[in-house]
Design a protein around this ligand. Structure first.
Ligand code: GOI
Length: 497
């Protein structure tokens, strides 16, 4: 008997014993996620334009840990039928994937639509629907068309309009079949990693300035896409539009007031930066964010706040532009207050002024930033509930990093812990969570980590030209959760058996 079958047998057996555990609500949805640059390959296939990750990895191969790139990745540009078979096997309700902007609009602008790009997504969407799987589509998962970078990228306010043009075309082309749209994946990463820390393409380093310009454009771009859908497409297509924000849980390191305040400040200035303008009653950036950056800017002798302001109309335009709250969550940090001198270089980190550490007792993963802290998810969901009046939340990513083992018990344990915490948040705390998405369907191109870190439920052989996919133990485990709508409590014991 194969190992994976043995495991699934043990899982099923133990359900006999622990069958009474709490269940996910009937209409709760389970899915898995991927992103275009990370899986598709076909980087210049049939008319696709160049994007900022193509440019970065081709010009600076050394930027990526293993000097690899997404030219072929999982080759889903060709192997999408296999992907759908895997999804079918997992029994997911939905599949979250992203569109490659430059595959559809090679120049980034709406002047020319690439028919082969459109055909690719039509084929994928139709195959999903044929198999009873709902498509959940992200419009922007970090692969900006290069021509839009040449004019400055997201800090350029004009990009909001070009994003709206692109979104409109996507709604027009696919909206008859796609009913869940995510405008942006992780604005904090787009603006912080891309324009402040220089970690992700386009690798700009303008912390405390460029990131805030980027943020303003992104929030307006999101709202434009939301409103154009509302006006032109919702009446007929009847879908939902939201945004996916990534957040850590910031746990105060001590119970001193200044650390409790620091942790709250961290939540407001990283998650609240994006969520407050859209999901709060009052709209606009959180007060604490406007005040701190405004005061610091003055002390630093700037003529006005480094945080560019919205007009009253813009505030109203952005406020309420959601049908759901997309949340990506992986891990937690211990946060304490940090005093940074006024004459220190300008940065977002200086604006927030906190120290972030991880508890050495937390279980590690293959990624330094990812520790296993399931209760952090429950606290985060409760924070969102309280702060934004319990909006419908779709968890659009959650997952674990290892080095690719097929018997991925670390991932299994992570999923068990986080799904248990989620169940408690839903059933005991009344958090309005409607969906859960595991990152990722399969191992893929992990941005700057290349192929060194793995998040997949399926293993992908990247040295085989056929990019063969093999199911891991976690795939069986997740499938069982989906089918039983409950979580096995005593998994470790079962495996020791
Ligand atoms: C997802 O983002 C993403 O959507 C998927 O595409 C992706 O595949 C998936 O993640 C898995 O990666 C140690 C300041 C090293 C600068 C500690 C502070 C590096 C850099 C702690 C704090 C953290 C998930 C990078 C959300 C960005 C990875 C957010 C997870 C880099 C660190 C840091 C650190 C820091 N994060 N991202 N980083």
């Amino acid at each position: 008997m194969e190992m994976s079958h043995l495991i699934s047998l043990l899982i099923l057996l133990s359900f006999e014993t622990f069958g009474d555990s709490l269940r996910f609500p009937k209409n709760f949805k389970f899915g898995v996620a991927t992103a275009s640059y990370q899986i598709e390959g076909g980087w210049n296939a049939s008319g696709k334009g160049e994007n900022i990750w193509d440019r970065l990895t081709h010009e600076h191969p050394d930027w990526v840990k293993d000097h690899q790139n997404g030219d072929v990745a999982c080759d889903s540009y060709h192997l999408w039928k296999q992907d759908v078979e895997m999804l079918k096997y997992l029994n997911v309700t939905f599949y979250r994937f992203s569109l490659s902007w430059s595959r559809i609009l090679p120049s980034g602008f709406s002047n020319y639509i690439n028919p082969d790009g459109v055909r690719y997504y039509n084929d994928l969407i139709n195959e999903l629907l044929k198999n009873g799987i709902e498509p959940m589509v992200t419009l922007y998962h970090w692969d900006l068309p290069q021509p839009l970078q040449e004019v400055g990228g997201w800090p350029n306010p004009l990009l909001a309009k070009y994003f709206e043009d692109y979104a409109k075309i996507a709604f027009e082309l696919f909206g008859d079949r796609v009913k869940t749209w995510i405008t942006f994946n992780e604005p904090p990463e787009v603006c912080e990693s891309g324009y402040a820390e220089g970690a992700n393409a386009p690798c700009y380093k303008s912390s405390g300035i460029g990131d805030y310009m980027c943020g303003k454009t992104l929030l307006l771009a999101h709202a434009r896409a939301y409103h154009i859908y509302d006006k032109l497409y919702r009446p007929k297509q009847k879908g939902k539009v939201g945004i996916t924000i990534d957040a850590i849980w910031a746990e105060p390191k001590t119970n001193r007031i200044k650390d409790i305040k620091a942790a709250e400040r961290q939540m407001q200035m990283d998650l609240g930066w994006w969520a407050h303008p859209i999901f709060s009653k009052s709209g606009d950036y959180p007060e604490i964010m406007k005040n701190r950056i405004g005061n610091l800017s003055k002390a630093e002798n700037f003529s006005s706040s480094r945080l560019p302001q919205f007009t009253e109309n813009e505030i109203r335009f952005i406020q309420g532009s959601f049908d759901f709250f997309g949340l990506n969550h992986y891990s937690s940090w211990l946060v304490s207050d940090l005093k940074i001198p006024v004459n220190a270089p300008v940065s977002h980190w200086k604006d927030v002024s906190v120290l972030m550490q991880q508890d050495p007792k937390w279980k590690p993963s293959a990624a330094t930033w990812l520790k296993v802290v399931p209760w952090g998810l429950r606290k985060l969901l409760n924070w969102i509930k309280k702060e934004y009046n319990n909006p419908p939340v779709y968890i659009t990513e959650n997952g674990f990093a290892d080095f690719g083992e097929l018997n991925d018990f670390g991932r299994l344990d992570y999923l068990k812990g986080y799904l248990n915490a989620l169940l408690k948040a839903i059933l005991l705390d009344g958090c309005n969570v409607k969906a859960y998405t595991c990152w990722s369907l399969m191992d893929n191109m992990e941005w700057r980590d290349g192929y060194t870190l793995k998040f997949g439920l399926y293993y992908v052989n990247f040295t085989n030209p056929k990019r063969t996919r093999t199911e891991k133990a976690s795939a069986e485990f997740y499938k069982t959760i989906i089918e039983t709508r409950t979580i096995l409590e005593d998994l470790e014991q079962v495996i020791v058996l």
